[in-house]
Design a protein around this ligand. Structure first.
Ligand SMILES: Nc1ncnc2c1ncn2[C@@H]1O[C@H](COP(=O)(O)OP(=O)(O)OP(=O)(O)O)[C@@H](O)[C@H]1O
Ligand SMILES: [Mg+2]
Length: 255
């Protein structure tokens, strides 16, 4: 068990959060924290409560019981707006990027840099978008801020969505099944982006079904089972993805 008490480093914490839908307990006293600059892998079978947990973090749900603690401070009210203000951004698999539009358009969508009369500061946006995509790891000379998103691969599109989250001042980026439906190469690209997010001292919560992917990229693993956090391991405690897989299987078998 990870018993770390580095409270200073805790970016966000859910403390014994319970969320019910009618008779269904989707989260049962679930506790989880993400430290600054940490990549946490969240795993669990279908129906384990992963989506409910994410939706709680991003302010779609307020817990029936338990606390949400941001940078050491318990929140008294919670909403999608508050979550964004706290620097929590989600990148969904099917996140609506506009494929006909450019990378820069997609990054700044709805939050354009403008002059006082409302004209868009295009050159500045292009410069900033180029800086952002290089920072998170776009290396191809064929791609720049003005390339249409429609020309990008699945992994690169995830990168654009991550760049947008960073532009929106994200401190915690939640990636929901980011490597589903991606080729090996594309997956490596997403990992590269995630490593760069970590390097910039931001945090990532990585949700995945593929244990090998989650193992590769995470510093810590949290296993959910029927609404409960049943394991919380630092990577140093688990020697291989096979071991993590076995722990997952044993968890499910107990049912
Ligand atoms: N809005 C809702 N109304 C009723 N029940 C819900 C609702 N959302 C989730 N549940 C139930 O809560 C439990 C947890 O669901 P959740 O979607 O969080 O699981 P999950 O781990 O994301 O699963 P999956 O891997 O299939 O996406 C399930 O039993 C689900 O049916
Ligand atoms: Mg889900």
């Amino acid at each position: 068990m990870d018993q770390s008490t580095k409270n200073m480093n805790k970016l966000i914490e859910l403390n014994k959060v319970t969320k019910k839908f009618g008779g269904i307990t989707a989260l049962n006293k679930a506790s989880l924290h993400v430290d600054v600059g940490e990549v946490v892998g969240l795993i669990g079978d279908n129906g384990a409560g992963k989506s409910t947990l994410i939706k709680t973090l991003v302010g779609v749900y307020f817990p029936d019981e338990g606390d949400i603690i941001i940078r050491g401070k318990k929140v008294s009210s919670w909403s999608a707006l508050k979550a964004r203000e706290a620097g929590i951004e989600t990148v969904f698999q099917d996140r609506a990027l506009c494929p006909q539009q450019s990378i820069v358009w997609n990054i700044f969508m709805g939050k354009e840099l403008t002059y006082p009369f409302g004209f868009i500061r295009e050159k500045e946006q292009i410069r900033e978008a180029n800086r952002l995509i290089r920072e998170i790891g776009f290396t191809s000379k064929l791609i720049d801020a003005e390339s249409p998103v429609g020309n990008l691969s699945g992994g690169e599109r995830q990168g654009v969505a991550i760049a947008r989250a960073i532009y929106n001042n994200a401190e915690l980026i939640i990636l929901d099944e980011p490597t589903n439906a991606l080729s090996l190469n594309e997956t490596q690209k997403v990992f590269e982006f995630v490593r760069n997010v970590k390097k910039s001292n931001r945090s990532v919560l990585f949700i995945g079904h593929n244990i090998f992917h989650v193992y590769d990229i995470s510093d810590r693993f949290v296993i959910l089972d029927r609404g409960e956090v049943v394991h919380n391991f630092s990577k140093t405690e688990i020697s291989s993805p096979e071991e993590l897989m076995k722990i997952m299987r044993d968890t499910v078998r107990k049912n």
